[in-house]
Design a protein around this ligand. Structure first.
Ligand SMILES: C[S@@+](CC[C@H](N)C(=O)[O-])C[C@H]1O[C@@H](n2cnc3c(N)ncnc32)[C@H](O)[C@@H]1O
Length: 184
């Protein structure tokens, strides 16, 4: 899915992925990254997620990246939070030491998912750690986005650039999984 598709969804108010509360996966699993309070945390494809504010409240320097001006304009001012309104593939910051992905990887088509991981690898320093939440459903049962992303695909995307560990996986027909990923 290209940027214009998403921008139009914001114009149309077609933003069913947006949660009115902090994502429970973030609350439950963020501590697994075991990162310093003053870490610089990237949230790619962040929308206007309340997760940004929660991460900023933990004391992290949070850097969101979001293409839609509408989404960025809806975010409240908050200490410790900067949101870049740009295409993620144009963004880089080698001072990032952690990242959080909910509904970012799964928002992208298979080709863009490869590009997304390659792009992260291009600027994240060794040791940077990410929390990734994915969504998986049987092929042909629905049309993305969100796209189904299997554990095998996550491993393939990590390749030689990232170490990856699944720390949770729940659901039957539709499975949500959580991974800790580390740039190596
Ligand atoms: C499914 S939404 C998820 C938003 C957020 N992570 C959340 O959990 O609410 C995907 C978001 O990524 C943004 N987006 C899609 N492609 C992008 C790109 N290439 N660069 C920056 N933002 C992008 C869309 O505008 C949309 O807000």
């Amino acid at each position: 899915m290209q940027v214009n598709y998403w921008k139009q969804r914001w114009v149309d108010g077609n933003t069913g992925w947006h949660l009115s509360d902090v994502n429970p996966r973030l609350l439950e699993y963020w501590q697994h990254l075991d990162i310093a309070t003053d870490s610089r945390v990237l949230v790619p494809l962040c929308g206007k997620s309340l997760d940004l504010l929660w991460l900023a409240k933990q004391g992290h320097a949070v850097v969101g990246v979001e293409a839609s001006e509408i989404a960025v304009g809806d975010l409240p001012q908050c200490d410790n939070l900067i949101v870049h309104c740009t295409d993620f593939f144009e963004f880089s910051d080698p001072t990032i030491t952690a990242w959080y992905d909910r509904a970012a990887l799964v928002a992208l088509s298979p080709e863009l998912r490869i590009k997304y991981f390659a792009h992260l690898a291009s600027f994240l320093p060794r040791g940077a750690k990410g929390l990734l939440v994915t969504f998986e459903y049987p092929e042909g049962t629905r049309e993305g986005p969100p796209f189904s992303v299997t554990a095998d695909e996550v491993l393939m995307l990590c390749g030689d650039n990232f170490r990856c560990k699944m720390i949770a996986s729940d659901g039957s027909a539709e499975v949500e999984s959580v991974y800790v990923i580390e740039r190596i």
